[in-house]
Ligand binder design. Structure first.
Ligand code: ATP
Ligand code: MG
Ligand code: MG
Length: 545
């Protein structure tokens, strides 16, 4: 269904509810700044920003920064950058930590209402009271019914640094007998001495997600609190807390998480890959962080079209990565200018022209008005791609072979192979050919070519799937754990490819179609005399190279 038709939203309730904001839809995208955003988040971003946009509403970007141990400044910047790259502008950037004082005051109020208490249970005792591993009977701990006054004093002590970490927590007094585990007296506050990215050492108690999330939604008058389905059980505890405190009550609704085949998305796993150097940083083009796919040459238009097509259902889906690649390919086909690239240059000498011979060949750049036609100088020595030559007779091979002809793109007449040379290792190092000057010969195929005058060396990086199995996290597919499934050949680096020299003045991120090879872009590792390109996607779904 379309946004707005979600059956979880009772229209009468929603109407009532929208009074608060004067009918305006208010959503938020609330990432925890503990890593880079990934393709799954682009779904969340599209849903939150897209829904609000479709209803003339507004969307906050809220950093859910309640865990100082996992947060780093780098992540905050990368998150905002990503949201903007996808084409969305937050109405306002907020932080859960903006509300630490108010959250604290409400916690005091909650204690006064006898709806929270300070608990001294160890994590093991807490687990035991919640029924333990065996999911046995649940029971109240001795702290649960301590006097309000005592909890107020203890909470004050927690706040004033009188307890080391892990000794005391503030717990919500919910319902230990409710079948929903989200009612088993969730922890609202814990003691942590790690300085906070924004509030420094002001606090040594930090609110949990369960306590913070719904209240920040409430403070910001969020009308539609949209989250992924693993929070379905949390919906009731979310409502429990806003009701307990009698504050404005947003409506929560859930949608399915997006996963892709042959990769992992959770920030914790990504962190492991980065920290243990299985990949080269959070923006390694083999990952599906937004920074990675951006660097690899994916466009925001393609990413947004892909997630929009997925729709908003509650199903948790594992989408074949090829489907995303198709969106990228289709968009690049429309916008990317064409260039010649030879991943394995092979020298070719035209024996029937003088060393001084040159012929200007106009390459039609085709795609956008700003791309000018280019001139490649055809001369006695040129390069073709080694894969376009075969020394042995093969009736199914329509490119260059001894005695056979092939067309050179943008060159008036075809060439016919007259011979080839090998080095002492048996590697073909040069092909000789004849330039035909009559139009009788109709080549079956045209291939790309370059000459020394028109080409530069380029380091070419080809990427394959980072994991061998579609579901690296599945115990059945990968019994030895997801890290055992890393593809040892996920990155292939070609040092001495050749590309048209017209690329030299293009900026990092420049996207193009390498004719007959694939879609590429200039990588940020490029230096003045060292150009590096990434293969974004292959030309067709099934070819590897
Ligand atoms: P991860 O486990 O990957 O870190 P998360 O849910 O902990 O994900 P948050 O930063 O807390 O990440 O998420 C911000 C928002 O993005 C949340 O509303 C979350 O539900 C949503 N989100 C996260 N991952 C996905 C996904 N794979 N598909 C759709 N939405 C997602
Ligand atoms: Mg999280
Ligand atoms: Mg998580």
């Amino acid at each position: 269904h379309k946004p707005g038709e979600n059956p979880q939203i009772n229209p009468k309730l929603m109407k009532e509810h929208l009074k608060r904001t004067g009918g305006k839809v208010v959503t938020r995208f609330p990432p925890e700044p503990n890593g880079y955003l990934h393709i799954g988040h682009s779904k969340a971003i599209n849903i939150n920003f897209g829904y609000a946009k479709a209803h003339n509403g507004i969307t906050y970007l809220r950093y859910d920064d309640t865990n100082p141990e996992a947060e780093e400044g780098e992540y905050f910047d990368a998150i905002l950058d990503t949201v903007k790259w996808l084409g969305f502008e937050p109405y306002k950037v907020t932080y859960s930590s903006d509300h630490f004082q108010r959250l604290y005051e409400l916690a005091v109020e909650l204690i006064k209402k006898d709806k929270a208490y300070v608990c001294m249970c160890t994590p093991e005792e807490m687990k035991e009271h919640r029924g333990g591993e065996q999911k046995g009977p649940r029971s109240d701990c001795i702290h649960r019914n301590r006097p309000i006054k005592e909890s107020l004093e203890e909470f004050e002590k927690m706040k004033n640094g009188k307890y080391p970490e892990g000794v005391a927590t503030l717990r919500m007094k919910m319902d230990m007998q409710n079948p929903n585990p989200q009612f088993w007296d969730l922890v609202a506050y814990r003691v942590l001495y790690t300085p906070h990215h924004r509030t420094g050492k002001d606090w040594c108690i930090y609110p949990t997600y369960d306590y913070t999330h719904c209240l920040c939604d409430s403070f910001e008058d969020i009308t539609h609190s949209m989250c992924t389905t693993e929070f379905q059980l949390s919906r009731e505890s979310y409502y429990w807390l806003v009701d307990a405190l009698e504050v404005y009550k947003p409506v929560q609704w859930e949608y399915g998480r997006l996963s892709l085949t042959n990769t992992v998305l959770s920030k914790r796993k990504l962190n492991t890959l980065v920290t243990d150097r299985h990949v080269n940083g959070w923006d390694d083009p083999r990952l599906y962080t937004i920074a990675s796919i951006r660097r690899r040459g994916f466009t925001p238009e393609a990413v947004n079209a892909f997630v929009r097509e997925l729709g908003v259902t509650t199903a948790n889906t594992v989408i074949p990565v090829e489907r995303l690649e198709n969106y990228v390919r289709n968009h690049l086909n429309d916008i990317a200018p064409r260039l010649f690239l030879l991943t394995e240059p092979l020298k070719l000498t035209i024996t029937n022209v003088d060393p001084s011979f040159t012929l200007d060949c106009v390459i039609n750049a085709k795609v956008s008005n700003s791309d000018k036609d280019r001139v490649l100088k055809f001369s006695r020595t040129i390069y073709i791609d080694a894969s376009d030559f075969k020394e042995s007779e093969d009736p199914n091979f329509y490119r260059l072979s001894p005695g056979k002809s092939v067309g050179l793109l943008s060159v008036p007449y075809p060439i016919t192979c007259t011979g080839f040379k090998k080095d002492k290792n048996g590697k073909i190092v040069e092909v000789t050919a004849f330039y035909e000057t009559i139009a009788q010969i109709k080549p079956k195929t045209y291939i790309q070519w370059l000459s020394d005058a028109n080409s530069v060396n380029v380091e070419t990086r080809l990427y394959d799937k980072l994991f061998l199995h579609a579901n690296p996290q599945s115990k059945e597919e990968v019994p030895n754990g997801w890290l055992s499934d890393l593809n040892p050949n996920s990155l292939e680096i070609i040092k001495n490819a050749k590309i048209e020299s017209s690329i030299a003045d293009k900026p990092v991120g420049f996207k193009f179609q390498a004719v007959r090879v694939g879609y590429f872009c200039i990588d940020k590792d490029s230096a003045k005399n060292h150009l590096v390109i990434n293969r974004t996607v292959t030309l067709k779904e099934d070819n590897k190279k």
